[in-house]
Ligand binder design. Structure first.
Ligand code: PLP
Length: 403
């Protein structure tokens, strides 16, 4: 089938997409409607933590679907109980509320903090967030996000989200008033360009929150579920937040996200929070399969080892190609390009690499969240050989873009 035979106009045109329709995935590989295959270092935007269509997820869906898809969020179901217990057993949290997306989990975190402020801090409701942060695309989470331009996009915003500088403790403290209830941040700003919090910033924030009786909320939609080489990003820093949100990797590709809190902070009362699909057993069964894979001995060691290897190889290639600095934690990494060639690199790797030696019929999927930056968010269980192949593709792409 030709691309023009797909009636894509029926879809709202919300972003520019390449004229490709993806039909199949396996591990680190994707196939389009022409049968061309791609080495995938985007993985659904850091979503497919175990790669495309891993056996454990397929089996979980096949086992759960004929049993029970959804009884109603007003009834208990087994997979959601199991997943909640796995999450609390492996984290510093006691209670879980499941959602369908990261934005919805963050909305829940905002509601929980405001409720907690009402009960414990005389109605304090302001949540300090950071410049260049990304918390989602609902009106409230866009208001919480520090993405340039988003303050006016769908004005008026939801009030109550003063913005501090990331990695600048004094700028956070300067915003604290008697209206402040929480500080919310990503341990590593993902969409903002893989900006890692310094250890001093994270420990400083914890102390600042304790001093002013504020909640520390970690948006771990991108950094959670093994991405940084620890099950949750806060564990990398050795700092315990009061509230955490998960998304992306927890579902390994299906819509599943979660809001977690310590018992004292879990102040929702009946009627405060809910949702039609929240905690449905079909998605929760997938979440169980994903976390069970990640807590197996050696899984997180592999993520750490591959993160170190990817970092070394990017640094080496960058030195030889005259590109910029490499950064990141675990398998969330970025490379500075020096020039604004990010979009060209992404397009070339996808469409033109197939003419390079060793790449016949094959493309490479990369991501450029900023004009002069590449971000790497591969499957956590990828192999060293797949990293080597990506580096080879990157070298040939840079050469191709420069000619
Ligand atoms: C992707 C992302 C979100 C939004 O998640 P959705 O599932 O797209 O709503 C929120 N926070 C962070 C840090 C993210 O990376």
């Amino acid at each position: 089938m030709n691309f023009k035979d797909f009636p894509v106009q029926a879809l709202m045109d919300i972003t520019s997409r390449p004229e490709l329709v993806f039909v199949k995935g396996a591990g680190s590989w994707l196939w389009d409607h022409n049968g061309k295959k791609y080495l995938d270092f985007v993985q659904g935007w850091a979503v497919n933590s175990l790669g495309h269509s891993p056996k454990c997820i397929v089996e979980a869906l096949v086992a759960q679907a004929p049993k029970l898809i959804t009884p109603s969020p007003a009834f208990y179901n087994e997979p959601s109980i199991r997943l909640a217990n796995l999450l609390t057993a492996h984290s510093c949290f006691d209670r879980v509320f499941f959602t369908n997306s990261g934005a919805e989990a963050n909305e829940g975190a905002i509601k929980l903090a405001r409720k907690w402020g009402k009960k414990n801090k005389g109605g304090a409701f302001e949540i300090i967030t950071t410049i260049n942060s990304f918390h989602g695309r609902t009106i409230a989470t866009m208001s919480a996000s520090g993405k340039p331009g988003w303050d006016v996009m769908f004005a008026p915003q939801v009030p109550g989200f003063p913005k501090a500088q990331f990695n600048d403790l004094a700028s956070v403290e300067a915003l604290v008033t008697d209206k402040t209830v929480a500080v919310m941040l990503e341990p590593v700003q993902g969409e903002g360009g893989v900006n890692c919090a310094t250890p001093e910033f994270m420990t400083g924030l914890r102390a600042l929150c304790d001093k002013h009786k504020l909640l520390l909320i970690c948006d771990e939609v991108q950094t959670g579920m093994g991405r940084l080489g620890t099950l949750f990003g806060y564990q990398h820093y050795g700092v315990q937040p009061d509230v955490m949100t998960l998304g992306k990797g927890i579902g390994g590709g299906v819509p599943l996200a979660a809001l977690l809190a310590r018992a004292e902070v879990s102040v929702f009362e009946h009627g405060d929070q809910g949702g039609t699909y929240n905690g449905n057993p079909l998605m929760a069964a997938v979440g169980v399969a994903v976390i069970e894979e990640m807590i197996k001995p050696g899984f997180l060691d592999h993520v750490k080892a591959m993160g170190t290897y990817l970092s070394e190889q990017l640094t080496k290639a960058s030195g030889e190609l005259g590109l910029g600095a490499e950064r990141g934690i675990g398998l969330l990494r970025a490379l500075e390009l020096e020039d604004d060639i990010g979009a060209k690199v992404v397009n070339y790797a996808r469409d033109n690499l197939a003419t390079a030696s060793g790449w016949t019929g094959t493309g490479l999927l990369l991501n450029s969240p900023r004009p002069a930056l590449l971000r790497f968010m591969p499957a956590l269980n990828l192999s060293k050989a797949e990293i080597d192949l990506m580096i080879d593709g990157l070298r040939k792409t840079i050469a191709g873009v420069r000619t």
